[in-house]
Design a protein around this ligand. Sequence first.
Ligand code: SAM
Length: 241
Amino acid sequence: MKVDKIYSEPVESPKPFEFDATVAEVFDDMILRSVPGYGSIQETTLQLTEHFSTPKSVIYDLGCSSGTTLIELGNSKNIKAEQIVGVDSSPAMLEKAKIKLAQYKLQTSVKLKCSDILDFTTSNASVVILNYTLQFLLPESRSTLLKSIYKNLNLGGIIILSEKIFSPNPELQKLISKNHTEFKSSNGYSSLEISQKRDSIENVLRPLSTQQNWQLLESAGFSQIEMFQAKLPFVSFLAIK
Ligand SMILES: C[S@@+](CC[C@H](N)C(=O)[O-])C[C@H]1O[C@@H](n2cnc3c(N)ncnc32)[C@H](O)[C@@H]1O
């Protein structure tokens, strides 16, 4: 795994964060060192998908990046669906996913699709995974996407949603931010790397609160919603149709 050094040299003003070839090259290292609980989200995503996938249905990973989740799912002997589809708008990320997937003899076939998830319609879905991706959409587009996912989900199907959140309580938000900085620092990122990445991603990743995400799921049509992991500032929800 190539080590993320993207923000290690000082620049006058970091350019807005993009999932381009430079990021794709180090993404697996970046996400592990930046997202507390990333490993356990992969494990739980697999467990939930094994449980809720149904024969002849399709599993979607929207914002599949370099294919980490797709490989976990594709390698499982307990997935009941007939097809797994990974969707991402970054050709560089999908190229990485393609190379990684080619190293395995998968149990379930995995298809990759280069598309904006707002232009993509799921169909015959038993499981839709949206881990750390909704946060990159304009807030006004999130509800449209979740409504379309709900509409096209089979009865008994699920969405797994993981998001960075902010707390509306300023004191708590300060503490959450401090803990997140400490997490990144304990994973070897320097203060310069942390602050330059923060400046770069600030207007690209727009977190909502836990409650706002919950409300988005409810207004999309979901009535059975559980939070299954909170490693602040990241929260994961399971919602069942
Ligand atoms: C933080 S990564 C997701 C990580 C991945 N789900 C995982 O668990 O490893 C966000 C991904 O969403 C993709 N993305 C962001 N906005 C998108 C959009 N509108 N349509 C499709 N993909 C998008 C990015 O290219 C990136 O690969």
